[in-house]
Design a protein around this ligand. Structure first.
Ligand code: PEP
Ligand code: MN
Length: 354
């Protein structure tokens, strides 16, 4: 299955999506309205999602709608507005290209070209979109198998562009309670098989706002590289997909729950304290597990007749952590904090020998 793809695109390609934040170790969060509707709407949304920690902006300018009577998008004006939002926020723009004729135009404005579900097997579009020199996000077709999805991706990579991100957005099943069914197992399998980054779009998968938080958590827990989430200033009045767009407050809440809300987004003392309390609870649970593990190390060392203090190991550990913190935590602070943790471990281990 899609052998060329597997051979050609190892996970390291994630580094090539650096502009999108892929490969940074933090999930990419592409957020924005289903459709670009007006300057006010897209600018307000771009600023709100940026403040909440989104890493890219979405918004459709060319919309694939089930009915020709539905809103079809603002076309080039929508692209221009997306570029304006990027200029104001610095967020890269992900937007759909529906037709091979539109590639040059969309590529002029967008940072990532989205190929939508309904076009997943539009082979003319796939071959040409690969030549635009921009990363491509390929959404899974409504009823495409993994093999068909990866085959479609291979059309893009075969034209010399290995910057392909796959997006699972729900498939059609017998279930009618949700718009589609999020197929997380295929998302995980596609990631394993292709080596390409895979993101999940819980908005189109569920078609309902209330399920978005749980599906987002599930996707990230499964090791998925990111999420695409529809966010609108006033979802009830959205010109497309009104039921599945989060308002700003719900998106911010979700980012907080995912641990992705930037500290700068916390505006009151109460909000900061609530976040500190939440983090402290996580830290103490980790410290308890760390202490139990250190005691076990102590038992194993005692049995083997090894000393409690192994300086080389402590230095190596501190160096590794400093690298991991990447300057976000001053080296002295890191040393002081872990100095206390390591000292506590030593005391616990010495106590075992008495
Ligand atoms: C979209 O993301 O704007 C969209 C139309 O999604 P899909 O192609 O998954 O239906
Ligand atoms: Mn939509």
């Amino acid at each position: 299955m899609a052998e060329g793809l597997t051979a050609m695109t190892k996970r390291e390609v994630a580094g090539r999506f650096a502009g999108l934040g892929l490969g940074s170790g933090r999930p990419v969060i592409i957020a924005g309205p289903c459709s670009v509707e007006s300057e006010e709407q897209i600018l307000a949304t771009a600023h709100a999602v940026k403040a909440a920690g989104a890493t890219a902006l979405r918004g459709g300018a060319f919309k694939p709608r089930t009915s020709p009577r539905s809103f079809q998008g603002l076309a080039e004006e929508g692209l221009r507005l997306l570029a304006l939002a990027r200029a104001q926020t610095g967020l890269p723009v992900v937007t759909e290209v529906m037709d091979a004729d539109q590639i040059d135009l969309v590529a002029e404005y967008a940072d990532v070209l989205q190929v939508g579900s309904r076009n997943m097997q539009n082979f003319t579009l796939l071959k040409q979109v690969g030549r635009a020199g921009k990363p491509v996000m390929l959404k899974r077709g409504l009823s495409a198998t993994i093999e068909e999805w990866l085959g479609a991706a291979e059309y893009i990579t075969a034209s010399g562009n290995d910057q392909v991100v796959l997006c699972e957005r729900g498939i059609r099943t017998f279930e009618t309670h949700t718009r589609n069914t999020l197929d997380l197992s295929s998302a995980v399998a596609a990631r394993q098989l292709s080596g390409l980054p895979v993101i999940v779009d819980p908005s189109h998968a569920a078609g309902r706002c209330d399920l978005i938080p749980a599906l987002s958590r599930a996707a990230l827990a499964a090791g998925i590289d990111g999420l695409m989430i529809e966010v609108h200033p006033d979802p009830d009045r959205a010109l497309s997909d009104a039921q599945q767009q989060l308002d700003f407050a719900a998106f911010r809440q979700l980012m907080g729950d995912l641990g992705l809300l930037p500290a700068a987004a916390l505006e009151s003392l109460e909000a900061c304290r609530a976040e500190i309390d939440r983090l402290d609870e996580q830290l103490v649970a980790l410290l308890v597990r760390r202490t139990e593990t250190a005691r076990q190390v102590g038992r194993i060392k005692a049995q083997a007749g090894l000393p409690v203090m192994q300086e080389g190991r402590e230095h190596a550990l501190l160096d590794r952590l400093a690298e991991r913190a990447g300057g976000a935590l001053p080296a002295e602070e890191l040393k002081a904090i872990w100095g206390a943790i390591l000292e506590s471990s030593r005391r616990e281990q010495e106590a075992l020998r008495r």
